[in-house]
Design a protein around this ligand. Structure first.
Ligand code: E4P
Length: 328
């Protein structure tokens, strides 16, 4: 499963690419606003075009979704073309994000404008990510119109099912992919019992009929949802930075690191330093063993990409160090 970062924050994007785990970026108007507001708060002047250019360069040839803000077919096509023309030459990685249905309510007349825009851009070989997908049927129509990606919104589907059934929850709370049941009946939205179930149903239909359209699980708020999206064959998942960070954490991993680090044989570390090892050389003085041990711990902590400090632990363990979490 590919991992996209769901963010318009250049620092987060840069970090995710530096870790080597990002296969793309998705933005939306709310994420763009968050990034712009954050910079204004820090009194940074922000030239949005330069800022987006920077994101595209960091993403180096992997897809970056930029969303249209117009709500009619003509407006979305015009804006999609403009965004593509402006930004695609930079790193050849622009995907235009189009809502499956830009209507605000049932009585609006723009229900099919999303499909018209998808088709018009796809006909020009512009990749389209179809957003705000809440039914497998929407995904099927988007694929038929030529979408490169469909983005089922898993987390918002879970929110919707819970709210309608007066189940209290926090934004990042886990909701089981099998749904929640009342007696013999699951809570559902027209047969969809959870966000991951929505992802699964979209994926089953598109794969069964051989569409090239990829299912990009979106609106994922916790790591179990990520795991379940992967188990249910999402082609890709777009994840907030915090969820990516949480995917790496486990108490037993920390414990294991602390124990392994405590047990390091100094000669083992020395072998790997300086490139040459002289077996006849005398053991290093206690002080330099301590420094090497500390260096090793710092490096291991850095490799773990967690914010940790290294604290000296006194005599018991011969001057070795323990890792202490400073941020959960
Ligand atoms: C991604 O393309 C979506 O815009 C995003 O995942 C929405 O996530 P949210 O429901 O947590 O806002």
């Amino acid at each position: 499963m590919k991992i996209f970062i769901d963010s318009a924050d250049i620092d987060e994007i840069r970090q995710a690419y530096a870790w080597g785990i990002a296969d793309g970026v998705t933005t939306n108007p709310s994420l763009m606003k968050k990034a712009v507001d954050a910079r204004h708060k820090k009194a940074h002047r922000l030239d949005l075009q330069t800022y987006i250019t920077e994101i595209l360069k960091v993403a180096k040839g992997t897809p970056v979704s930029l969303e249209v803000t117009e709500t009619t077919a003509d407006g979305m096509i015009r804006q999609g073309l403009a965004l593509y023309k402006l930004f695609n030459p930079i790193a050849r990685n622009i995907v235009i994000k189009i809502p499956i249905n830009p209507a605000f309510k049932d009585t609006d007349t723009t229900h099919f404008d999303g499909l018209r825009a998808i088709k018009a851009l796809a006909d020009k070989k512009i990749p389209v990510n179809v957003t705000l997908v809440f039914t497998p049927e929407q995904a099927l129509l988007a694929a038929k119109a030529g979408a490169t990606y469909v983005s089922p919104f898993a987390g918002r589907m879970d929110d919707y099912i819970r709210k309608r059934n007066r189940i209290t929850f926090e934004k990042t709370d886990y909701f089981p992919w099998q749904g929640m049941w009342k007696g013999k009946k699951p809570y559902d939205d027209n047969g969809v019992v959870s966000g991951v179930d929505l992802v699964w149903k979209c994926s089953q239909i598109l794969k069964h009929y051989g569409f090239k359209t990829k299912v990009l699980a979106a609106s994922l708020r916790n790591i179990r949802q990520v795991r379940e999206a992967a188990l249910h064959h999402a082609d890709a998942a777009t994840l907030p930075f915090s969820v990516i960070q949480n995917m790496l954490k486990h108490t037993k991993t920390y414990e294991g690191m602390a124990k392994f680090t405590k047990d390091i044989v100094p000669a083992y570390v020395r072998m790997t330093e300086g490139g040459t090892h002289d077996p006849s050389s005398k053991p290093a003085a206690k002080e330099s063993r301590v420094v090497k041990g500390k260096k090793a711990v710092v490096k291991l902590a850095r490799d773990l990409k967690t914010k940790r400090s290294v604290k000296k632990r006194k005599p018991k363990g011969k001057g070795w160090f323990e890792i202490k979490d400073v941020e959960k």
